[in-house]
Ligand binder design. Structure first.
Ligand SMILES: O=C[C@H](O)COP(=O)(O)O
Length: 233
């Protein structure tokens, strides 16, 4: 059994209630492959998580864009992993390069967050730049390779560039974790993915899906979900 294609939509710090309603409508009406073929996870800002979760078609899941590094308490402005679990939010994105660059999140801090979120039963989309910092065997982790130069720039990695890095991440897992974990971990690509370039990227052996920013706010996100069929063709 191969790795199921994974498409994540990271809305980042975007959206009004009206826009969210529109995006959810587009997602709910889109023709997409069955959940056996593609796993779709959208990540609105925290404040919209409950409304999106309650209105989204049931086969699509939601992710938070971050969570606190340990148990909640006196940490003003933070949201804990326990709260996400309590709300029924199954996924969290951790270590996005925007948080690393703008908020100074270090590899160690991100690693601690990944470990804590997994310990609470969350599934993690762990974002890496050029190196792999953290892994946890036995839990659900999707690794997002996001070259910083490709994020929000319109400058997408070529399919060969993405394949090369994904293959080396998988090799790292094979050597440092186990062949089983290397084979089963989904390694997804993020950085200027669009409806126009997704199929060529999806065709690469070690590209198991996408983490989409800008295009996840637009109807073309449905086309990106549909690129999963490249794997089954
Ligand atoms: O989380 C998504 C990535 O940062 C990619 O963003 P982008 O598709 O707008 O380049």
């Amino acid at each position: 059994m191969g790795r199921k294609f994974f498409v994540g939509g990271n809305w980042k710090c975007n959206g009004t209630t009206d826009q969210v309603e529109k995006i959810v409508k587009t997602l709910n009406e889109g023709q997409v492959p069955s959940p056996d073929v593609v796993e779709v996870v959208v990540s609105p800002p925290y404040v919209f998580l409950p409304v999106v979760k309650s209105q989204l078609r049931p086969e699509f899941q939601v992710a938070a864009q971050n969570c606190w590094v340990k148990k909640g308490g006196a940490f003003t402005g933070e949201v804990s992993a326990e709260m996400l679990v309590n709300l029924g939010v199954p996924w969290v994105i951790l270590g996005h390069s925007e948080r690393r660059a703008l908020l100074g999140e270090s590899n160690e801090f991100v690693g601690d967050k990944v470990a804590y979120a997994l310990s609470q039963g969350l599934k993690v989309i762990a974002c890496v730049g050029e190196t792999l910092e953290q892994r946890e065997a036995g839990s659900t982790v999707v690794i997002a390779y996001e070259p910083v130069w490709a994020i929000g720039t319109g400058k997408v990695a070529t399919p060969d560039q993405a394949q090369e890095v994904h293959a080396s991440l998988r090799d790292w897992l094979r050597i440092n974790v186990s062949p089983e974990v290397a084979e089963s971990t989904r390694i997804i690509y993020g950085g200027s993915v669009t409806g126009a370039n997704c199929k060529e990227l999806a065709a690469k052996h070690d590209v198991d899906g996408f983490l989409v920013g800008g295009a996840s706010l637009k109807p073309e996100f449905i086309d990106i979900i549909n690129s999963a069929t490249v794997k089954t063709a």
